[in-house]
Write a protein that binds this ligand. Structure first.
Ligand SMILES: O=C1O[C@H](COP(=O)(O)O)[C@@H](O)[C@H](O)[C@H]1O
Length: 260
């Protein structure tokens, strides 16, 4: 697993634009070398900010949208179309404005879908979809994710893996149902740390002063049960994309002044 690298931008708008530019390059490179790209999206303010910046970037047309597979790191287990679902917000920020292949948009199930309110069955179905797409280049039971993005919650949660909950303790399954989430809604579906760690690159997005203590805790040696963000690492690269407000409580030894 890779050692975290930090890039600190002036503010959240610049962080989102720089992450979007970086994402375009990674997708275009992956499509050039393998013919396709697999990207895992995150919900939350910072993740949606990156998608909106990507929608506004003229270079977005360099992406072959029909050869892009999109997956989700987590989902709020709500009815299809609910404004709080991560996919609804992603559609609004970007997905509805680009020519994606609908068969390659791998949304997590909704609570009014084929599994009804059974989040465990819905999680198992998503795990099967991942395993089906894994192929020989995949790692374990998930596809070869080129980039997996994660927002970092103010409590250090990533995806829907919350501190001291069963989620970050999961070592076998790739997808789990989450119950009693401290952040609404209480029921969710989430990739686990083993699935996250199968990604080539993991990008953790954190902007704003409400993220400062979470960033400092996760990067100062905390364990993944107490601080799930600390356990999110990519095989080749782990990149923390921050703004100055989110980086404000980092020890000076970790803060890279040149990148601000
Ligand atoms: O509920 C969620 O929250 C986190 C963090 O969101 P933020 O708005 O504090 O940035 C997000 O990463 C996750 O996907 C989402 O379900």
């Amino acid at each position: 697993m890779s050692t975290p690298q930090l890039v600190v931008h002036r503010d959240k708008e610049l962080m989102a634009q720089a992450a979007a530019a970086r994402l375009i390059t990674r997708i275009v490179d992956a499509q050039a070398s393998t013919g396709a790209a697999n990207v895992v999206l995150t919900g939350g303010r910072n993740g949606n900010g990156v998608l909106a910046a990507l929608a506004a970037a003229p270079a977005r047309d360099a992406i072959d949208w029909g050869r892009l597979d999109l997956w989700w790191g987590d989902e709020r287990f709500l009815p299809e179309g609910d404004p709080e679902r991560n996919v609804t917000q992603a559609r609004e920020a970007l997905l509805d404005s680009v020519p994606l292949d609908p068969k390659r948009v791998h949304t997590m199930p909704a609570s009014d879908g084929p599994w009804g309110a059974d989040a465990e069955a819905a999680a198992e179905a998503y795990a099967e979809e991942l395993a089906h797409a894994a192929g020989p280049a995949g790692h374990g039971a998930v596809p070869a994710f080129d980039v997996l993005m994660l927002g970092v919650g103010p409590d250090t949660h990533v995806a829907s893996l919350f501190p001291e909950h069963p989620g970050p303790r999961e070592t076998e399954r790739t997808v789990i149902g989450v119950h009693g989430s401290p952040k609404p809604p209480p029921t969710r579906i989430s990739l686990t740390l083993p699935a996250i760690r199968a990604a080539r690159e993991v990008w953790l997005l954190a902007a704003g002063e409400d993220k400062a203590s979470a960033v400092a805790i996760a990067l100062s040696g905390a364990g993944e049960i107490q601080a799930p963000a600390a356990g999110a690492r990519g095989r080749a690269r782990t990149l923390w994309l921050l703004d100055t407000a989110a980086a404000a409580q980092l020890p000076r030894s970790l803060y890279p002044p040149a990148s601000a």
